[in-house]
Design a protein around this ligand. Structure first.
Ligand code: 6PG
Length: 246
């Protein structure tokens, strides 16, 4: 499913509606909702909206039934400005009634990124009943190079078939990342890409239209739904309209 929203605010609102619907659906079924949060800047508005008591979402969410995970993390301590955990905690988790036992962050302060990835994988296996762990909702973003989570173009993680979490060295960032791998992402019940901004329009066009060449195109849930939520800038609509006018 592809949905296009007028602006980043409407995009966050649309994503919040999907979050609430999938959360209540899962909780009705099994009194549990497992969600992997994405990092970067785009989901911040969504997180703030979900936590905002003056908005209509917070009171529609059974917070105590939710377990939070991360689709990827930077190899930095949780109080570091680049930490995806820190961003989500400041924008959402510290403002809602959630027990810290329900917040499963990557222990990215571990100097050994591979050990942090292994530890995170064992945390996720707790979710498995038969087969691989299956998250109810996985949030993802899209980089201008076509990466998603921390699966970058040319990364060996693209070929990972066994591990659920990996710690690739990302040469262009000169840093390790800890990321869920494709077997886990593609076992999600619902995978939702949030993409905003005109700097993403070109990669969105290629990822949605061109034959496979980007990591984001490898995300195709085997038995789940795939949602692309874009704002008009990322959909290139505004550019198109401008060109048509010219
Ligand atoms: C991260 C993310 C990454 C992000 C994209 C888009 O840790 O950086 O998980 O995959 O989603 O880079 O980032 P923006 O939302 O900041 O454009």
């Amino acid at each position: 499913m592809l949905q296009i929203f007028a602006d980043p605010g409407e995009l966050a609102r649309g994503a919040a509606e999907h979050f609430v619907a999938r959360c209540n659906g899962a909780v009705q079924q099994r009194a549990l909702f497992t969600v992997a949060l994405s990092g970067g800047s785009t989901p911040r508005l969504l997180y703030q909206l979900l936590a905002n008591p003056d908005e209509s979402f917070r009171d529609r969410i059974p917070w105590s039934n939710i377990h939070f995970f991360w689709s990827d993390e930077r190899h930095v301590p949780p109080d570091h400005p680049d930490s995806n955990y820190r961003m989500a905690n400041e924008a959402l988790l510290s403002h809602v009634p959630i027990s810290e036992n329900n917040v499963h962050r990557v222990l990215s302060e571990n100097a050994d990124a591979s050990a942090a990835a292994e530890a995170y994988e064992s945390t996720l296996w707790v979710l498995a009943d038969d087969g691989l762990p299956r998250l109810d909702l996985i949030l993802l973003g899209l980089g201008t190079d076509g990466h998603t989570a921390s699966i970058f173009p040319g990364s060996e993680v693209l070929h990972e078939t066994r591990r659920l979490v990996a710690a690739p060295w990302v040469e262009k960032l000169k840093a390790y990342r800890i990321t869920m791998t494709l077997p886990l992402l593609n076992n999600g019940a619902s995978v939702m890409f949030l993409v905003s901004g005109k700097e993403k329009a070109q990669i969105v066009k290629e990822v949605l239209e061109d034959p496979k060449k980007y990591p984001a195109q490898e995300v195709r849930p085997t038995n789940g739904e795939l949602l692309w939520l874009l704002d008009e800038d990322a959909a290139g609509h505004k550019e198109e309209q401008k060109n048509q006018k010219d």
